[in-house]
Structures are given as C-alpha cells and as structure tokens.
Write a protein that binds this ligand. Structure first.
Ligand SMILES: NC(=O)c1ccc[n+]([C@@H]2O[C@H](COP(=O)([O-])OP(=O)(O)OC[C@H]3O[C@@H](n4cnc5c(N)ncnc54)[C@H](O)[C@@H]3O)[C@@H](O)[C@H]2O)c1
Ligand SMILES: O=c1ccn([C@@H]2O[C@H](COP(=O)(O)OP(=O)(O)O[C@H]3O[C@H](CO)[C@H](O)[C@H](O)[C@H]3O)[C@@H](O)[C@H]2O)c(=O)[nH]1
Length: 369
C-alpha cells in the first residue's frame, strides 16, 4: 500500500479529526485534504490555532460534549475518526493527574460512545512511546512490556486497553499509533509546532538559535549514553501523517485493529540535536547545563519494522538535519509574522456559529489556575 496522493479522485470520505487545530492534527488535516478526503475538525482551541485548520470545517467545541458529538455525526457522514486531542505534558500530568485522566480518558470514552451510537466503526488513536515507560531494551518493538511511569503515559495506555474492549464488544476497529518524538514542520512552511508553553527540545533549541530565547538548557549530562545526554528517536510530522493515511486506508479496506510504534529507528542525543541545529541554522546556540528532568528515560528508540511490513510505511525524513531544516523554516516564519499573523491565516470556514462554545481561553485559564 502507498499513501493516497494529491490528485487522487476527490471527495473521498469525511474524516473527523479531533484536535485538528493542534500541531500534528493540523498537518494531518492538510494531508487529508491533499489526498481528497473531507476532514471535519473538532477542537476546543485550548492549544490549537484556528488558522492552522485552513479551509476545512472547524467546530470549536469540547471532545467530551455529547451534544456537540451528536450534531457532528448527524451533520456529516463520518467514515472514520482520527483522535489527536489530549493534554500532552508529562510533568503537568504528574502535578494534575485528574485533569489528564479526565481529558485523555473520560473525554475519549465519550467520543467512542458517540461513535458507537452513530455506527462509526473506525478510529485512529495518537498514542505514545510513553506507554513503555523506562524501556527494558531498545529499539522498542510492539511486544515490549507496557509500564508507563506517569499519568500521561497511563492515560494513553488506558485508551489502548479501552479500544481493545470496544473492538470486542462493538466491532469498533482501531489503529493505535505510538509516536516517538514528533518533530519538524510542513515542508511548504504553512504549518509548524507552536505549543504554549513549548516543552519540546527541537523547537526550544531553534528558539535559542533565532534569539526568541536566550539559551537551551540540557536536562542532565550523566545518563548512560555515549555523550551523557538523553537519546530520542525524532520522527517527522509528515511521516506521521503518511502513517495515519495508510492506517486509514487499511481500516477503510476492512483491516482489523492494530498497534504500531512510529519512529525512524535511529536515536540522537541532545548534544547531537544541538550540533545539527547549529549546522542547519548557521547560528550560535547558547547551551546551559541543568539537572535531570524527572521521568526522562535515557534512551527511547523505536523499532518501526511492523509499521513498515504491515502498513507499507516508509518514512521520508530519516535525516535529522532535514527534520530540523523544516522546523527552522517554521521558526523563521514565526519570527517574521508572529503568532496569529501567519500568511495563510484567513477566516476559517467553520461551524462554530452552529455550535458556538469557544472554551479555549477558559480551558487555558483553568489549567493555569
Ligand atoms: N508531539 C509529540 O511529540 C507527541 C508524541 C507522542 C504522542 N503525541 C500525541 O499526539 C497528539 C497530538 O499532539 P500535538 O503535539 O499535536 O498536541 P497539540 O496540543 O498541539 O494538539 C492537541 C489538540 O487537541 C486540542 N484539544 C485538547 N483537548 C481537547 C478537548 N477536550 N476538546 C477538543 N479539543 C481538545 C487542543 O486544542 C490541540 O489543538 C496528542 O494526543 C499527543 O498525546 C504527541
Ligand atoms: O529544554 C529542554 C527540553 C527537552 N530536553 C530533553 O530533550 C529530550 C527530549 O525531550 P522532549 O520534551 O522534546 O520530548 P520527550 O522525549 O520528553 O517527550 C516526547 O515523548 C514522550 C513519550 O516519552 C511524550 O509522548 C511526549 O509527548 C513527547 O513529546 C529529553 O531528554 C529532555 O530532557 C532538554 O534537555 N531541554
């Protein structure tokens, strides 16, 4: 199987993209549109950006709101759901577990129940390497024991388990895609990563390169790795989108439920990432040394063989410099235009008036309270 390409017959099915205004979800929405699908986005804008959705349908609303979900499933013939919406910060999940279990688990169950109510039988879930906890071995394959070490990882593993039960009880077929470290940006420069607050290494290193922040702090130099810094498997957001498209095609073709680890299968240390960023940007980057960040495993590297064999997935951006180059182009756009003033920003064609409930700012305030 190959990912559906631009130019393929238009008007493929409607796909509900929950969290489609966020970093990975917005790239997926663009990819779906290019492939001829009709994405419908549900996002509460607690992190996502209205302009990142482009001309796709945007419903501003809560994932766990039955009335919103019922209206969406009645309004559009949704063939499958892609679920990107969750809270994603490991440290915050330790401090606020209730918030994480509520949003990542309870609200997801509400979505799944709505799918069962409306006979929508296909689901693609954004899972994470965090379901494995501190790995017993690397590269990590799908058989590796699941032992999360924080509420974020637990919440994702719970949903994986719930999906197994929904398959058995309701024939809801699902594909869990466990991303390792999502990175990079739309090669066309329209979309990229802009979490608030940003906690991910590559965007922070590039903010230090652009001058948006003074320095990057390396969290620990005493790990059992060749240079003492943590090793991660960085996977380009476009490659993640390709995997989703393949998973979607599989489910539409009648495939059963499945779970895949998504990474390049190559690990880079923090020092290697900083060196690559210096190479790509040509800028000096000030580096500070800090203590370990609690809960960071020394090494997380995927074994992506199953996704290659079963989905036919071939990542295009295995080269760290290419991943960083796209993220750097995005950082420079941000420098030029600022948040909310990007060149592609325009009035979102959305159904917000139908279901107005812009809980975004309220959510942000709740979480900071
Ligand atoms: N970024 C990574 O490296 C990474 C790695 C592994 C897994 N993941 C998973 O991938 C998914 C997407 O990650 P991301 O980096 O794009 O995150 P993101 O925060 O940029 O996107 C999540 C989106 O979901 C929305 N959202 C959150 N709660 C919602 C709710 N209750 N109702 C409606 N919308 C809601 C947010 O507004 C945001 O637009 C997440 O589920 C995350 O756990 C990400
Ligand atoms: O300012 C920083 C930020 C990060 N790091 C280090 O860089 C590495 C990568 O950190 P990220 O925060 O970019 O990514 P994580 O590996 O912590 O987290 C990623 O993988 C997790 C699974 O383990 C979750 O899925 C999460 O959403 C996803 O971003 C870690 O060793 C971290 O300690 C620094 O040294 N300085």
């Amino acid at each position: 199987m190959k990912p559906a390409d631009a130019g393929k017959t238009p008007h493929l099915p409607h796909i509900l993209v929950v969290g489609g205004a966020g970093y990975i979800g917005s790239h997926m929405v663009k990819r779906l549109r290019r492939a001829g699908y009709q994405p419908v986005v549900l996002d509460n804008l607690s992190q996502g950006r209205r302009d990142a959705v482009g001309p796709a349908q945007l419903i501003v609303g809560e994932l766990g709101d039955d009335s919103v979900l019922d209206v969406i499933f009645q309004a559009w013939p949704i063939a499958a759901v892609m679920h990107f919406a969750s809270y994603i910060q490991v440290g915050e999940s330790v401090a606020q577990p209730a918030t994480y279990y509520e949003n990542n688990v309870s609200n997801t169950v509400a979505l799944l129940r709505a799918m069962v109510r409306h006979n929508v039988p296909r689901f693609i879930f954004s899972s994470t390497a965090a379901v494995f906890g501190n790995p017993d071995y690397v590269p990590i394959d799908e058989r590796h024991p699941k032992a999360p070490i924080n509420p974020y990882g637990h919440s994702k593993l719970m949903v994986e388990q719930i999906l197994g039960d929904f398959d058995a009880a309701y024939a809801l077929r699902s594909c869990c895609l466990r991303y390792f470290n999502a990175a990079g940006a739309d090669p066309e420069g329209e979309l990229g990563e802009c979490h608030e607050p940003e906690t991910h290494l590559i965007p922070l290193v590039l903010q230090a390169a652009s001058g948006r922040r003074a320095a990057i702090t390396v969290y620990g130099r005493d790990y059992d790795t060749p240079d003492g810094t943590c090793i991660r498997d960085y996977i380009h957001v476009q490659d993640l989108c390709d995997a989703h498209l393949l998973a979607l095609e599989g489910l539409l073709d009648g495939a059963g439920s499945s779970r895949f680890n998504l990474g390049n299968g190559a690990g880079y240390s923090i020092d290697q990432v900083i060196a690559a960023a210096r190479r790509v940007t040509g800028r000096d980057i000030v580096v500070l040394d800090g203590p370990r960040r609690p809960g960071d495993p020394a090494r997380l590297v995927a074994d992506p063989q199953l996704a290659r064999d079963v989905l036919g997935w071939t990542p295009q951006y295995g080269d760290l410099d290419a991943i960083i180059a796209h993220a750097w182009a995005w950082e420079q756009q941000y420098q030029r235009w600022g948040r909310g003033l990007l060149p592609h920003a325009g009035p979102a064609a959305n159904a917000a008036s139908m279901l107005a409930s812009d809980g975004g700012e309220r959510r942000r305030q709740d979480r900071r309270a």
